[in-house]
Design a binder for this molecule. Sequence first.
Ligand code: UFG
Length: 327
Amino acid sequence: MRILVTGGAGYIGSITSAELIRAGHEVIVIDNLYQGHRAAVPPEATFIQADLANRQELSEIFAAYPGIDGIMHFASYTLVGESMEKPMLYLRDNVTNAGNLLEVAIAAGVRRFILSSTANLFDQPERIPIAEHERIVPGSPYGESKFFIERMLHWMARIYGMRYACLRYFNACGDTPERGEDHDPETHLIPIVLQVALGQRPHVTIFGDDYPTRDGTCVRDYIHVLDLASAHILAMEALDRLGERRYNLGNGQGFTVREVIETARKVTGHPIPAVVGPRRPGDPAVLVASSETIRAELGWQPRFPDLESIIASAWEWHRTHPHGYDD
Ligand code: UFG
């Protein structure tokens, strides 16, 4: 298939692009390089530096590359914390950019769409692990923006016959030998812990140890980025028989912040000093996914479910790329 990947220079988008190419698909990447890295885009992909805010330019891209079979939409502002400080980047820009993309795609006749969605739809889960029928309570303007785009897709399906899947990632992590996580600033737990192991930070701060969990720190469901990539490809290839789908994506097993740090100590052989700080506003105590639906419907199976191999893959990339893409 000829797949348009927005945000294909970013962490999950670039790794999924590489996996698409490995699976025999053709990839066209659009990225504004605001957070992405040119060097992350697979050399076999066509790269277009463009901003989804520019609808005219998007129309020209669709005209220049006819016959796009499907879209994977990764491009987005993605930080829960930032969204609490700059809500309009999310409520306006994320939503408007997705609207531009959908409008142009529909005009060009594209009817397959995979959305990067988020566990931040489930701020107050009543049941753990969290299934797709859990009540939606976005935890931030970030989560709200993704929920709004999910709803937009629903109406595009009803009105124009768009076929789509919303993939709600829990905690994406892990790297491949060629591509990895390189955010500026870095806010995610695993890369921060590995930066301590590399001597780039003196310690990691644990955001609160008074949560109602087994050791007082937050529990998350860490899922390898390659397992997210395989879910995207399976979903894209199955969309014609699926229609409209929402899938929660995790391993179904939760680890505390302390357990992540302990595992990283084991993997890296570094003591990784940790200090306890206050809670980070907006962090729910426990987020663990039930991915039974995608397992049952698409036969999806995570290949890297254990935390140690996830952190080992991230350590390999961070150790060999201590300054990320160095751009
Ligand atoms: N944490 C620390 N110290 C740090 C960084 C993180 O203790 O320096 C803790 C957080 O409080 C949280 C856990 O480590 O309990 C994981 O934090 P991350 O920032 O790595 O990830 P989040 O769970 O906050 O966010 C992830 C995705 C978001 C998504 C969200 C859903 O990155 O895109 O899950 O809740 F929206």
